[in-house]
Design a protein around this ligand. Sequence first.
Ligand SMILES: [Zn+2]
Length: 504
Amino acid sequence: MLLLQDCTLYDGSGEPPRMGNLLIRDGHIAAVGLVEIPTGAEVLALRGLAVAPGFIDLHSHSDIQSLEGDMAKAQQGVTTELVGNCGFSAFPNAGCAAEVGAYNLGILSATRTFASARDFLAAAKSDQASAHLESLVGHGTLRTAVRTRYPEADRNKLIELEAALLEQAFSEGAAGFSSGLMYAPGASAPREELEALCAATARHGKLYATHMRSYSWQLLESIDEQVTLARTAGCRLQISHLQAVGKANWHKQPEAIARIEAAQDEGIDIGFDAYPYCAGCTVLEQLVPQQALEYGFAPFARQLADRAYCRSIEQALREQTAQAWTDIYIAFHGPLSSGRDVAGQTIAQIAETWAQEPEAVVIDLLLESAGHVNILSFNQSEPNLRAALTHPLASVITDGIHLGDHSHPRLYGTFPHLLGELCRQHRWMPLETAIRKITALPASRLGLADRGRLAVGCRADLVVFDSAAIGSASSYESPRHSPTGIRHLYRAGRQIDLTVQHMD
Ligand SMILES: [Zn+2]
């Protein structure tokens, strides 16, 4: 028994905090509020420090890293992560581990895969894992696995095989299904395929999360596509990392949110999420028309030897890239065949140095690194960011990709940045409102009844922090720092050692 004494209790509901004690017994919250000290209880005097439910990251790409004990999330106060987002999950590999691993690499920064949800979730329960992990089944992973394993299968057969694997994953404990419609090979899936998979998701009462087809020129059409899909299939819908990408599209975000609200009014179970930064982080390949990457990077690279084809890709890059070339930074690249190093530079800067058009630079970087390039991209406006984050339907997420010293600062600092810089310093919303967005709200999206609240009977997943000091120490220039102000973290009543160094 452990009594946390004299704390400021943020219960996750969004209500203002109250002073009190909290009693942990057998890994659960046994009492909260005006609690006497039971005989035999250890007492930890916190003298006004804040206590909140352990944070829940509803959109993480730490599938492998958190499973293997990386502390980037735990040091931010995270106790539960939803992985398997944007169409990328560590399972099922259908016996095609190499192909599935190669597909996952750019977003998961790892090639380790598992045969099934059962295997992944069993590994995630080991003592080594640095958070409780729930996982979606990634559509692109599922599609890559099935198409590799059954190359002769026709379109209907593939849908049938994918649906069977998806249902098996649900019966083994997968939390839902995710699509990544801006990434090959998910992008080319026919509508019937997505309908069938979403219908299976609905039958199991699971969550469908989508990295939509477009967040830029086709933002509104993409919202409509997903709402129609949820309506037809009857599934619960989560629009991932909502934003309007590129200055020419910024004006669309209010309408995008209005369409989400209209879907909710109509009775669709819908939510969305956002990370608290103006810059995104993804693979450079995402700028290329995805049909070009349908069968992987190698065939695309071979085709680029054809001058006319290469010019058509350059033209597509010129016409379709919504961000300015001055706003896209190379975060990380594999060794370039020319031996050059351009990490930290914008595409525009590289174009100047190399005396090439920016579109040709993109192609050269991809060719020279065999497609292994990650970018930081300053996508959105601050007023839009604020409107998305403060909306009642919005959960706040990290969306962090593990790129070591080249990571986006959100990997190491999202939640402290939200509570410190955005709430305390800039007053975008009250602290209790922000805490709801990283506790009770994501717990309810995931259907986790025993997490995300300070209530008797809930798991004692708890974060203790100093609300006057909490903040991120990570920046775009120097991202890899532990946050400030997080004092203690408990998972199922067990204290987690936060002094462990970053491992990746
Ligand atoms: Zn995504």
